[in-house]
Write a protein that binds this ligand. Structure first.
Ligand SMILES: NC(=O)c1ccc[n+]([C@@H]2O[C@H](COP(=O)([O-])OP(=O)(O)OC[C@H]3O[C@@H](n4cnc5c(N)ncnc54)[C@H](O)[C@@H]3O)[C@@H](O)[C@H]2O)c1
Length: 221
C-alpha cells in the first residue's frame, strides 16, 4: 500500500508516519511539506532516515501535485492549525483559506486523478463556539477535563463530541476552513467514487488513538 501524507514534517504527519512504519509491513510512505512550520525542518532528517521519500512542495500550488507519485491513500495533515489564524496578525485570512481550504481542493483533485482514498485530519473546532464555551472544565495535572455531573449541551458527553453536534457558526475562521474542507471532501468522494474519512483528531479516554484509527481505516482497503 502506498500512502501520501501532506504536512508530513509536522506534529501529526510525522507521528503517523513513524508509528506506521514501525508497525506495518508492505507500506510505502511518500510525504510532502513546505516546511513553513517552525520545527518541521527537524523532522525532515528523521523521516528520511526511515526511508520515506519526501517532496518539498506546497499544497496551495496545484502544479506541485503533478510531480508526486501515485498513492492509494492521501492523509491530509498539512494546515495552519491555529485557532486564531486569520485574526492574530501572523497569517492573513486569505492565507489561512489558501492553506486550509484551497489546499484541500488540490488534494481532492489529486485523489480524483489517482482514484486514491482521502483522510482529512479535521478538528473539534468545527463545533459551535457557544456550546463549547458553556462547558465547565477542571484542571487535572497539566490537562483540562470536563467537570463531571454537569448538564452537557446536545451532542457532548464525557466520551467527547459525536459528529451530530452543532456546527453552526461561529466556529472560528480556522474551524470554518476545516468544516468547509469536510463538506467538499464528502462531495468529491460521492461525485467521483473514492472513499473519504474524516478524523476529528480528538483523543478521549478509552478511545483509540488517531494513529490507530486511521491505520485501521487504511488497512480496510
Ligand atoms: N495536533 C493536534 O492535536 C490536532 C488537533 C486537532 C486537529 N489537528 C489537525 O491536524 C492537522 C495537522 O496538525 P499538526 O498539529 O500536525 O500541525 P503542524 O503545524 O505541526 O503540522 C503541519 C505541517 O504542515 C506543513 N504545511 C503547512 N502548510 C502547508 C502547505 N501549504 N503545503 C505543504 N505543507 C504545509 C507545515 O510545514 C507542517 O509541517 C491539521 O489539519 C490540524 O487541523 C491537529
Amino acid at each position: 500500500m502506498k500512502i501520501l501524507i501532506t504536512g508530513i514534517c509536522g506534529f501529526t504527519g510525522s507521528t503517523l508516519a513513524r508509528e506506521w512504519l514501525s508497525s506495518e509491513e508492505n507500506l510505502t510512505i511518500y510525504g510532502v511539506d513546505n516546511l513553513i512550520r517552525p520545527g518541521s525542518e527537524y523532522n525532515r532528517a528523521m523521516l528520511q532516515k526511515l526511508g520515506i521519500k519526501l517532496f518539498h512542495g506546497d499544497i496551495r500550488a496545484a502544479s506541485d501535485f503533478e510531480m508526486l507519485p501515485s498513492a492509494d491513500w492521501v492523509i491530509d495533515a498539512a494546515a495552519n492549525p491555529n485557532v486564531l489564524a486569520g485574526i492574530d496578525g501572523r497569517a492573513s485570512t486569505r492565507q489561512l483559506i489558501e492553506h486550509n481550504l484551497m489546499g484541500t481542493v488540490n488534494m481532492l483533485e489529486y485523489c480524483k486523478r489517482h482514484a486514491a482514498g482521502f483522510i482529512l485530519l479535521s478538528t473539534s473546532r468545527v463545533y459551535s463556539i457557544a456550546a463549547l464555551a458553556g462547558v465547565a472544565l477542571e484542571q487535572r495535572g497539566e490537562s483540562f477535563r470536563l467537570t463531571p455531573g454537569q448538564m452537557f449541551p446536545q451532542g457532548l458527553s464525557e466520551a467527547g463530541w459525536p459528529r451530530h453536534s452543532s456546527t453552526a457558526p461561529p466556529v472560528s475562521l480556522y474551524g470554518s476552513t476545516k468544516l468547509a474542507s469536510e463538506v467538499l471532501a464528502l462531495e468529491y468522494g460521492e461525485a467521483f467514487g473514492f472513499p473519504v474519512w474524516i478524523n476529528p483528531v480528538a483523543s478521549w479516554p478509552g478511545q483509540d488513538s488517531s494513529a490507530g484509527l486511521i491505520r485501521d481505516i487504511c488497512l480496510l482497503d
